[in-house]
Design a binder for this molecule. Sequence first.
Ligand code: NDP
Ligand SMILES: CC(C)=CCC[C@@H](C)[C@H]1CC[C@H]2C3=C(CC[C@]12C)[C@@]1(C)CCC(=O)C[C@@H]1CC3
Length: 353
Amino acid sequence: MRKVVLVTGASGGLGLVLCERLLSLDSQVHLCMACRNVRKGEAARNGLLASHADADIALLQLDVSSVRSVLKAAQEFKMRYNRLDYLYLNAGIMPNPKLNFKALFKGIFSRNVVRMFATADGLLTQEDRLTSDGLQEVFATNIFGHFLLTRELEPVLCQPGLTSQLIWTSSNNARRSAFSLDDIQHKKGSEPYSSSKYASDLLSVALNRHYNNKGLYSSVICPGVVMTNLTYGILPSSVWTLLMPIMWLIRILTNTFTLAPYNGAEALCWLFQQKPESLDPVAKYHSLTSGMGKNYIEARKLDVDEDMAEALYEKLLQLEKKMCKKVRNEEEDISDPGQYLNHNDTFKRALHL
Ligand SMILES: NC(=O)C1=CN([C@@H]2O[C@H](COP(=O)(O)OP(=O)(O)OC[C@H]3O[C@@H](n4cnc5c(N)ncnc54)[C@H](OP(=O)(O)O)[C@@H]3O)[C@@H](O)[C@H]2O)C=CC1
Ligand SMILES: CC(C)=CCC[C@@H](C)[C@H]1CC[C@H]2C3=C(CC[C@]12C)[C@@]1(C)CCC(=O)C[C@@H]1CC3
C-alpha cells in the first residue's frame, strides 16, 4: 500500500530536505507538504518535481501558529486522504535570538565546551510575542499547533489494523529547567525555544501512553546543529562567513555538528524505515555526523518523567477545548449576520428610535 506522509514546515530547511530524501527512499509515497506560505511551498514543490517528475506531491496551506488555520488544514487533509501513515511535526521558530557572547567566551575555556556547543545551554535567549489567538508564538508554533493538528487528524492516523507515526523535530536545546508546568507557554521566561522543545519531548511520551493502543506511535528526534534559516538568524551573515571554518573544525570535537540539512534529516529518514512498535517511547533519536562526514543515529534516553508528561497533556487538552470553542464562536458570529441586526434593533429600542 502506498504510504501517505504529511510534513509541516516543508517549504525550507530540514523539512524540505526531508521531503527530498523521502522521495528518494520511496518513490511511491503520497507526499503532502504543509507550508504557511503558498508561494514558497509551490517553489519548493516545483524544485522537488524537477528531480522526481512522477512523484505525487500535494501542497497544504497551514500556519501552525493559528488555531483557525490548523482546523481548516486538518479538515482539508481529511477530505483529500483517508489515512495518514507519517506525520512529521517539524515546523519551528526561534524568534529574535540573542547570543550571550560572555557566556560563549567563558564556555570555550571551560571543561563544558563540548556540551555547550552541542546544546547551547546558557547561550541563547529569545523575544517572544503573542499570536492573534492570544497565545505565545513559540509555544503556539512549536507545540500547541502541532498538538491540535495531531488531535484533529486522529481519524486518519488511527485506522483499525494499521500503524502510524508522529515524528517531532525536537532539539538538543530542550531543557527541563527552562520548562514549567505552571507556565507551559513560557510567558515569564526568556528561553521559550528551550521550553517548547522540552515540552515536545514530554508530549511525545504522553501521546505514546494515550495512543499506542490505537496504533499511533510518537518519537522525537534531534537533528544536531544544522545551518538553516533558523540558525542563520542567530548572527549576522558576515559573522557566519567568518565562523564557518571554525564550525567545520568543531565537527571533529562533537558529532552533533551535522551542519548540512541532509545530515540533520538522518534521524527523520531513519524513523521512516522503522517498525513503530520497535521504537523506544522514551528515547530521543539523534542525527550525528562524524569528523569524517559519516552520518549515523544514536538513541538517548529522554530526561522526562511520566507524571509531568501526563500533566502537560491534560493542560493541552484543556487549552484545546478553550481555543476551539473560541474560534467556533467567532465563526458563528461571522456566519450569523442576523445577530448584528438584532443588536442594532436593541440599540435603536434603547434610544427609543
Ligand atoms: N537548525 C537547527 O540547528 C535545528 C533545528 N531544529 C528544529 O528543526 C525544525 C526545522 O527547522 P529548520 O529547518 O532548522 O529551520 P528553518 O527556519 O529553515 O525552517 C523552518 C520551517 O518551519 C516553517 N514554519 C515556521 N513557522 C511556521 C508556522 N507558523 N506555520 C507553518 N510553518 C512554519 C518555515 O516556513 P517559512 O518558510 O514560511 O518560514 C520553514 O519551512 C524546527 O522545529 C527547529 O526547531 C532543531 C534542532 C536544531
Ligand atoms: C566559535 C563559534 C563557532 C561560535 C558560534 C557558536 C553558536 C552560534 C553555536 C554554538 C551552539 C549552537 C547551537 C545552536 C545554534 C548555534 C549555536 C548557538 C542551536 C541552538 C540551534 C537550534 C537548536 O535547536 C539547537 C542548537 C544547539 C547548539
